[in-house]
Design a protein around this ligand. Structure first.
Ligand SMILES: NC(=O)c1ccc[n+]([C@@H]2O[C@H](COP(=O)([O-])OP(=O)(O)OC[C@H]3O[C@@H](n4cnc5c(N)ncnc54)[C@H](OP(=O)(O)O)[C@@H]3O)[C@@H](O)[C@H]2O)c1
Length: 388
């Protein structure tokens, strides 16, 4: 691609784990990209440092009082937005070519849709958006042709498919590290603490996704994400536990050939891939040295100890707004677990109870927002009563 100016990037969730790694990739892109907008939730101190370093034309915070502090600090120098509207404002700005959606949770839905609507390339790290509103997002993405996965497994699948016809795909297998409790017996799981759950063995990530990795909900969300992204049937997406996190996904073709993507566990690779596509990016990560790897292990996931994976599959089978409800109940449950208000093994029970009370509706934008709000209320009500 001939490029006469750096591509403008809006980073939504810039203060988080993916957001910070995205800025690292941009900083070392040799002028290929520039930061056009930065947004986060409430961390004004980090956002202010990022503004000073990257000088975007616009920055926004969802939290009103944090946005006010930031606006006072940058008055007359940078335009500051406040509230959830700041995220959509950022993607609409003139000079934004690429939007990296790295906010956590359902908050990704509206800005992702808006970015696609106004013709931006979307590099999507936020898996919750596809879980809650995959049908709507993918319909828009197919029309606009501009959605690239940042989740490492999906970026791996994307590379292994590399434009090959869908009819030639037999199966996609996503790998899971197994999390910190891969070998913890069932009777000990009820006592694990947030501090233990936040010790991920191979990836350094934000709190919510780290807990999701420990419950295996993360892999469940990724199965739903893969079904939407690649237009697959549920029977075409499998999961295998691979503790070394070096093989990120495998794609099996109808002729029995299996293509795997390998790299060290470093999210700057899939971030850079999505930014640079269709070119290959410069190297941001350590090279993989096969002679020093030792053993690569693969085993089946244990859905008795980790019921969240099966719950996600059940939600997809139920269809309609059920995955949206699964996601919302999970967000409430994980927050409660991190606050010490819910036990580790109560996470799947709370989600299941909320799902049992939901009658899935057709996936329209209105139904998605109604179902999300209903599931959060229902989960919060059950949590308050602790009828688990
Ligand atoms: N981390 C990884 O390696 C990884 C890998 C694959 C996929 N992902 C996905 O990428 C997304 C981000 O993960 P992360 O690990 O980077 O999370 P994180 O470290 O917790 O960062 C979350 C970011 O989102 C912002 N945020 C939180 N709630 C928000 C809201 N309601 N509205 C707008 N912004 C909000 C936070 O702002 P404040 O700092 O101001 O709170 C922060 O910038 C998640 O969907 C996750 O599943 C992450």
């Amino acid at each position: 691609m001939v490029q006469d100016r750096p591509l403008g990037v809006a980073v939504l969730g810039s203060t988080g784990s993916i957001g910070r790694q995205t800025l690292d990739v941009i900083a070392r892109s040799e002028g290929k990209f520039r930061v056009a907008a930065l947004c986060a939730h409430s961390d004004d101190a980090t956002l202010s440092r990022q503004i000073a370093r990257f000088r975007p034309a616009f920055a926004g915070l969802v939290d009103a009082s944090a946005a006010e502090r930031l606006a006072r600090e940058w008055e007359g120098k940078v335009r500051i937005g406040a509230g959830a509207a700041a995220l959509t404002e950022a993607v609409e700005l003139d000079g934004v070519d690429v939007v990296v959606v790295a906010v956590v949770g359902f908050a990704g839905v509206r800005p992702t849709l808006r970015a696609l609507e106004v013709g931006r390339r979307v590099a999507l790290a936020n898996k919750e958006t596809l879980v809650a509103a995959g049908e709507i997002v993918m319909a828009l993405a197919r029309e606009k042709g501009a959605l690239l996965p940042v989740d490492s497994e999906h970026a791996a699948v994307f590379q292994a498919i590399d434009g090959k016809p869908k009819e030639s795909l037999y199966k996609v297998t996503l790998t899971a590290s197994g999390g910190p409790f891969r070998n913890t017996p069932l009777n000990e799981l009820k006592d694990v603490t947030p501090e233990q759950a936040l010790q991920h063995p191979t990836w350094n990530m934000g709190g919510k996704i780290t807990v999701d990795s420990a419950t295996l909900m993360n892999k469940g969300l990724e199965v739903i994400e893969a079904v939407h992204l690649f237009g697959l049937g549920l029977d075409q997406v499998g999961v295998v536990v691979h503790p070394q996190s070096l093989v990120h996904a495998l794609v099996e073709y109808t002729d029995g050939s299996v293509l795997a993507q390998m790299a060290v566990a470093d999210m700057r690779l899939p971030i850079a891939q999505a930014l640079w596509y269709p070119e290959r990016s410069p190297r941001y990560i350590e090279r993989l040295d096969l002679t020093t790897l030792g053993r690569l292990e693969f085993e089946a996931p244990d859905t008795e100890r980790f019921p969240c994976l099966a719950l996600a599959v059940a939600a997809l089978q139920a269809g309609g707004t059920m995955p949206c409800v699964l996601n919302a109940a999970n967000e409430v449950a994980v927050t409660a677990f991190l606050q010490g208000r819910l036990g580790f093994m109560q996470i799947p029970r709370l989600i299941e109870e909320v799902m049992e009370r939901h009658r899935p509706a057709e996936v329209t934008l209105e139904n998605v927002f109604t179902s999300d709000a209903w599931a959060r209320d229902e989960a919060a009500r059950r949590l308050a009563a602790l009828t688990l």
